[in-house]
Design a protein around this ligand. Structure first.
Ligand SMILES: Cc1cc2nc3c(=O)[nH]c(=O)nc-3n(C[C@H](O)[C@H](O)[C@H](O)COP(=O)(O)OP(=O)(O)OC[C@H]3O[C@@H](n4cnc5c(N)ncnc54)[C@H](O)[C@@H]3O)c2cc1C
Ligand code: SF4
Length: 564
């Protein structure tokens, strides 16, 4: 057998893969990262000066979007009609009688940097209680570690990225910290200030959102210029996506090699059950096999189970590392809602940092009356993409001709949006498997996403929607202009849970270090290992913290000369 030139091979260069690569390389290991998508150059690829810049949510490149199949979703009920998505220009958005995927459904990017290229850059730590959902509330599963175990890794990740946040006690809540944020919080834009006054009138606390966007120059990157387009890719590199942070520093060690446009299609095992080789296909469609000593999967919560299931063999007929039967199960999607309206006057709401403010008051798992699992509220006009005239005209300012022009002049900059993200509890109807027919260009079966909203999710969505409306009303919005959420659409930017971590090998795919319970040289470092999703916290910082911890575990094995 050929010996690998690399100590560790990582599949996927997103949040988890890049963080693991950085930690391993900076501690002296040689690492190969295989990434299915292309490399992006922020200065060339993220252009905001094209005529239709607003209509593209993120600049696509060949290979930057994966393909998925969705199983039919649940029928929509009349009694929940106030949760249907709609806008003033086109009316109800989903005209079918069933829940459907919105656009790609699973919002992601394939590329060096993964979905963090497209992300907003909220940099959150999980609420400590959100890690104990089984023992405290009888749902989901407990994390096999507590907040204190992850805390040092959160700190390392925040320092590397340059997270800007407020160190005031009110802004931190129960997420205690061993070190202050490396950078001061960003000032709130005018729209967020308006929302903050309305939240305060309802007795809610509104604080600066911890952001992976530089409030001062840091680590060779310039400060944010508040162009407001983080989701379209940051042309200045001040947004803390992992390509310009973890991956940049991993490459600088000279011990990291990244092969973009290279998809891993199968994992092959040795007779003793350890991982031996991986099969990949490069940009030129050339197939090859690469020997591995240690393999980290970091393909995200849809693609990691897909690869494991597609690697089934005679000794692992249900899929690799699937002795527990949990690979692909326990999918948790993001439960989200956004309400928007128009103020009487412009507050230049298109300017400023996206999601600059947040309310954590309902984030604790028992904070929302009558349901289990929390949620948070944040300023959302940029994430609703109401930052340019085209979307105003297409969605929230109806009309035609001269009257429409006048209405556009009067209203541009007057849009206010508030968003909520809430906890999705795992259920038996929400999971990922392989589609029996559909295959990608390399012949690999596509992931099939099954999604079922439970009653708790619908009740939580109702609470999220009502609170968003109340805050907008308090901010001076007389008439709503648009609302959308995940009742009638599968629209998930945060997905978790499909290779759950846990102490019991019969109930979990990996242990607390991200190490497969049964395959000793296989590790998973992405959102698929989350046992519960948190109450609306954005996940990347936690994924990175888990990946750093997994990398430290691997370093310990290498230093102890543990055989592979
Ligand atoms: C619009 C949007 C906004 C978001 N906002 C935030 C936010 O503000 N804060 C936050 O924390 N999170 C946010 N997220 C979510 C965040 O980006 C993801 O949760 C995070 O990137 C997931 O990390 P991951 O490592 O699990 O997967 P990813 O970052 O998606 O990386 C997986 C990588 O694996 C690669 N891959 C997959 N299969 C293969 C294969 N077979 N071979 C080789 N490579 C493969 C993919 O191409 C991809 O690059 C947002 C996401 C979106 C889309
Ligand atoms: S608002 Fe700041 S972080 Fe976001 S894309 Fe613009 S410059 Fe980058």
């Amino acid at each position: 057998m050929r010996r690998s030139d690399f100590d560790v091979v990582i599949v996927g260069a997103g949040a988890g893969g890049a963080a693991a690569a950085w930690r391993l390389c900076t501690q002296g290991l040689r690492v190969l990262v295989l990434e299915a998508g292309p490399a992006y150059d922020p200065r060339k690829d993220y252009k905001l000066d094209t005529e239709h810049w607003e209509t593209e949510l993120f600049p696509a490149k060949p290979g930057s979007a994966g393909r998925y199949v969705f199983a039919p979703m649940q029928p929509l009920e009349e009694k929940y009609s106030d949760l249907r998505s709609w806008n003033l220009v086109s009316g109800r958005s989903n005209l079918s009688a069933r829940r459907e995927p919105s656009g790609p459904g699973y919002h992601h990017v394939r590329g060096v940097g993964g979905s963090t290229l497209h992300f907003t850059g909220e940099a959150h730590r999980l609420h400590p209680q959100a890690m104990q959902m089984r023992s405290r509330f009888g749902v989901a599963a407990d994390w096999p570690m507590d907040y204190a175990t992850l805390e040092p890794y959160y700190t390392i990740a925040e320092q590397l990225i340059g997270v800007a946040g407020s160190n005031e006690a009110g802004a931190l809540g129960e997420r205690w910290r061993s070190a202050p944020y490396p950078l001061p919080a960003h000032a709130l834009n005018k729209g967020s200030q308006r929302l903050g006054q309305a939240a305060a009138a309802l007795g809610l606390r509104w604080s600066a959102n911890p952001r992976a966007a530089l409030s001062q120059a840091y680590d060779g990157r310039p400060a944010c210029n508040y162009c407001g387009n983080c989701n379209r890719g940051c042309p200045r590199t001040d947004k803390g996506s992992v390509d310009v942070t973890f991956m940049h520093h991993a490459l600088a060690t000279g011990r990291c090699e990244v092969r973009s446009d290279t998809s891993v299609t199968r994992i092959l095992t040795a007779p003793n059950g350890t991982v031996r080789e991986i099969e990949c296909v490069d940009k030129l469609r050339k197939r090859s096999r690469i020997p591995v000593k240690r393999l980290i999967l970091a393909c995200g919560a849809i693609e990691t189970p897909r690869l494991l299931l597609a690697s089934a063999n005679r000794s692992a007929p249900r899929g690799l590392a699937n002795e527990s039967g949990q690979v692909g199960k326990n999918l948790m999607e993001s439960l989200s809602w956004i309400s928007s309206g128009l103020l009487e006057e412009s507050v230049d709401s298109f300017k400023g940092l996206p999601a600059d403010a947040i309310c954590w008051d309902y984030n604790r798992p028992d904070a929302i009356p009558g349901v289990v699992g929390g949620c948070r509220f944040s300023a959302a006009v940029h994430e609703a993409s109401l930052v340019g005239p085209i979307n105003y005209a297409l969605r929230i300012v109806p009309g035609w001709g001269k009257a429409h022009k006048a209405a556009m002049r009067k209203t541009f900059g007057a849009a206010l949006s508030i968003g909520a993200i809430g906890e999705f509890l795992p259920n038996a109807g929400t999971y990922v498997d392989l589609d029996p027919k559909a295959r990608d260009a390399h012949g690999m079966p596509l992931a099939r996403i099954h999604s079922q909203l439970g009653e708790q999710e619908i009740l939580k969505l109702q609470f999220m929607a009502q609170t968003c409306r109340q805050i907008l009303h308090g901010a001076g919005i007389r008439q709503l202009a648009e609302e959308y959420g995940t009742y009638d659409y599968f629209s998930a930017a945060h997905v978790f849970g499909t290779c759950r971590m846990g102490n019991n090998p019969n109930e979990a795919v990996v242990d607390a270090q991200g190490s497969s319970h049964r395959r000793r040289n296989l590790f998973i470092c992405d959102a698929s290992v989350f046992p519960s999703s948190g109450g609306g916290e954005a996940p990347s910082l936690t994924i990175e913290a888990l990946a750093l911890r997994c990398a430290d575990h691997i370093l310990g094995l290498v230093r102890a000369n543990t055989p592979v």
